[in-house]
Design a protein around this ligand. Structure first.
Ligand code: ADQ
Length: 469
C-alpha cells in the first residue's frame, strides 16, 4: 500500500498559495498529491513542544511546524547551518565560525525533529527532506525505526573534498547522506564532488548499479537541476508595465541584478565591474543604470552585516564618480519586490547580471531569461560558478573574480546585435524550459518512488531497538 508524501524544509509557507519558485513548486505538488509539509515555526519558544503543531492554511495538505527555542535558532540555524555549513559549501572556509554549542544545537534539533516525524509518519510514507539544515535527519529517522523511503535534495553546492576538512570532525557527511535512499544534487559537477567524497571513504564502495554502498546502506546520487515555473513567469513578464518606480534613466540601458544580500552572490565585484565599465566605455553619451535589488537576510550573522556596509560604500563611490544631475548610475534597493513587478523589470532590462562566487543553481538567471521578449531579448551575463552555467552555455559566461572580464562582458552585452541576442536567448530559453520546476518535482519523486528503501529491520532489531512505528 502506498503512503503519503511528507516534505520537510526549514522554511514552510503558511499562506494559502505561496509565492516564490521552490515553495510554489512544492506547494503545487502537495496540492495534487495531498500529504504533509513540515517546517520550522517562525516563532521561537521558551520550551519547544515535543510534537508538531498545525500552522497556517490546511486546505490541500497538512502544514505542521516544529518548534524551536531562541537557543536552537542561534545554534542550529544561525550557528551550524549558516555559519558552518553554508560557508563550507560556498567555498568560504575563512568565514566558518566554530562552536561546540553549534554542533550540539544542530544535532539536538535534527534528533528532536526525527522523534516528532516518526509520530506522524506511516510505515509506507515517503519523506522528501530539503537542504543543509537536515543532513543527519535520515540517519536519525532510521535509528528510530522509520522504514519508508527517504529522499534528500541539496539546493546549494556540494562541497569539494578539500573544503570538507573545514567541517568539525563530528560532522560525518558521508555517513549522514548514506542513510538516504536518493540524494539529489543540482548539477553533474555536484554529483562528481559527492562521489569523490564517498570514494575517499574506506567504508564506501561504488556498486555496479551506480549506487554507493556504505556499511549496510545503499544510496543513489543523481543530479536534478532545479528551475522555475516557466509559464507563470512568462505570463507575468508580458503584462503591461505600469509601475511608477520605473521612469527616467531606468527606461534606457537598464542592467539588473536581483539577489539575497549574501556574500556568495559576488555583489561587491559586480558593483566594481559596473564602475569599471562606466570609466572605460567608449561612447560617453551612453548612460546605463544598474538596478540592484538585494533584500537583507541572516543579518544576525556578522558576515552578512559586513557585506551590507561594503555595498553601501561601493554604490556611493560609483555614483559619486559618475552621476550627473539627471542620471544615477547605481540604484540599490534593499527590500523584497513583488514577483510580478520583478518579472516586468527583468523584461525591461537590457542585461541581467548574475555573478555569484558559488551558487547551487541560481533561479534569477532562469527568471531573467524567461522574462525576455524573444523578438528583442536582453543578454544574460552569468558567472561560471553558478550551477545554472552548466547548461546555459550561451549566456555570456564570466569569472566573477575578474572585474576586467565582467566589465568587457557588459560592453559586449550592451552592444550586442539583435541576431546574436536572439540566438543566445533561444538556447538559454530551451534550457530554462527543460528544467521547469514542475517537471523537476515530478522527476525527483518518480526516482524516489523507484528507489528501494535501504532500511533493514533485521539490523534494527539485532541492535536491540524497539519498534515505535
Ligand atoms: P537562493 O540563494 O535564495 O536559493 P536563487 O536561486 O537565486 O537563490 O533564488 C532566489 C529567489 O528569490 C528567486 O526566485 C528570486 O526572484 C527571489 N528574490 C531574490 N531577491 C528578491 C527580491 N528582492 N524580491 C523578490 N524576490 C526576490 C537557493 C540556492 C540557489 C538555488 C535555489 C533553489 O542558493 O543556488 O538555485 O536555492 O534551489
Amino acid at each position: 500500500m502506498s503512503g503519503e508524501l511528507i516534505v520537510v524544509s526549514n522554511r514552510m509557507p503558511t499562506a494559502a498559495v505561496p509565492s516564490g519558485g521552490l515553495v510554489f513548486a512544492l506547494h503545487e505538488t502537495l496540492r495534487k498529491t495531498g500529504g504533509i509539509w513540515i517546517g520550522a515555526d517562525p516563532e521561537h519558544h521558551a520550551s519547544p513542544a515535543g510534537q508538531l503543531k498545525k500552522i497556517g492554511d490546511q486546505t490541500f495538505y497538512k502544514r505542521l511546524a516544529f518548534e524551536i527555542s531562541e537557543e536552537d535558532h542561534e545554534t542550529y540555524y544561525l550557528g551550524f547551518a549558516n555559519s558552518v555549513l553554508w560557508p563550507v559549501c560556498h567555498r568560504r572556509g575563512d568565514l566558518v565560525q566554530m562552536s561546540r554549542s553549534f554542533e550540539e544545537g544542530y544535532r539536538r534539533v535534527n534528533r528532536r525533529l526525527a522523534e516528532q516525524i516518526v509520530n506522524v509518519a506511516g510505515p509506507n510514507d515517503m519523506i522528501w527532506i530539503h537542504d543543509y539544515h537536515f543532513f543527519p535527519l535520515a540517519s536519525d529517522l532510521r535509528s528510530l525505526g522509520f522504514a519508508g523511503k527517504l529522499g534528500f535534495f541539496l539546493h546549494i553546492p556540494f562541497p569539494a573534498l578539500g573544503d570538507l576538512g573545514a567541517l568539525p570532525s563530528s560532522a560525518n557527511l558521508a555517513q549522514w547522506l548514506a542513510a538516504y535512499d536518493l540524494v539529489g544534487l543540482q548539477t553533474r559537477s555536484d554529483v562528481a564532488r559527492c562521489l569523490e567524497m564517498f570514494r575517499s571513504e574506506t567504508d564506501a564502495e561504488l556498486m555496479p548499479d551506480g549506487k554507493i554502498k556504505y556499511g549496510d546502506n545503499r544510496v543513489a546520487v543523481r543530479s536534478f537541476p532545479i528551475g522555475i515555473a516557466v509559464d507563470a513567469f512568462v505570463a507575468a513578464a508580458k503584462e503591461t508595465f505600469e509601475h511608477a518606480e520605473l521612469d527616467g534613466d531606468l527606461k534606457d540601458d537598464l542592467v539588473i541584478g536581483v539577489d539575497r544580500l549574501d556574500y556568495s552572490k559576488g555583489l561587491p565585484n559586480r558593483f566594481r565591474a559596473f564602475g569599471r565599465y562606466l570609466e572605460t566605455r567608449k561612447d560617453r553619451s551612453r548612460r546605463p543604470s544598474l538596478l540592484q535589488i538585494a533584500p537583507p537576510t541572516r543579518e544576525e550573522v556578522s558576515a552578512y552585516r559586513d557585506i551590507r556596509h561594503e555595498l553601501e560604500e561601493l554604490s556611493g563611490r560609483v555614483n559619486g564618480e559618475n552621476a550627473a544631475l539627471d542620471w544615477t548610475p547605481v540604484r540599490y534597493i534593499h527590500r523584497n519586490i513583488d514577483r510580478d513587478v520583478l518579472a516586468k523589470l527583468y523584461r525591461q532590462a537590457r542585461v541581467g547580471l548574475v555573478t555569484p562566487f558559488a551558487d547551487g543553481m541560481n533561479l534569477v538567471a532562469k527568471e531573467y531569461v524567461a522574462a525576455q521578449d524573444p523578438e528583442d531579448p536582453g543578454v544574460l551575463i552569468l558567472s561560471r560558478m553558478a550551477g545554472a552555467a552548466e547548461d546555459m552555455t550561451q549566456a555570456l559566461l564570466v569569472n566573477p573574480y575578474d572585474i576586467e572580464e565582467m566589465s568587457e562582458a557588459l560592453a559586449q552585452a550592451l552592444d550586442m546585435p539583435l541576431a546574436e541576442r536572439k540566438r543566445r536567448h533561444a538556447h538559454c530559453m530551451e534550457q530554462v524550459k527543460n528544467t521547469d520546476v514542475l517537471r523537476w518535482n515530478e522527476s525527483y519523486l518518480a526516482a524516489l518512488k523507484e528507489s528501494r528503501s535501504t532500511f533493514s529491520w533485521a539490523k534494527f532489531y539485532s541492535n536491540g531497538a524497539e519498534s515505535n512505528v
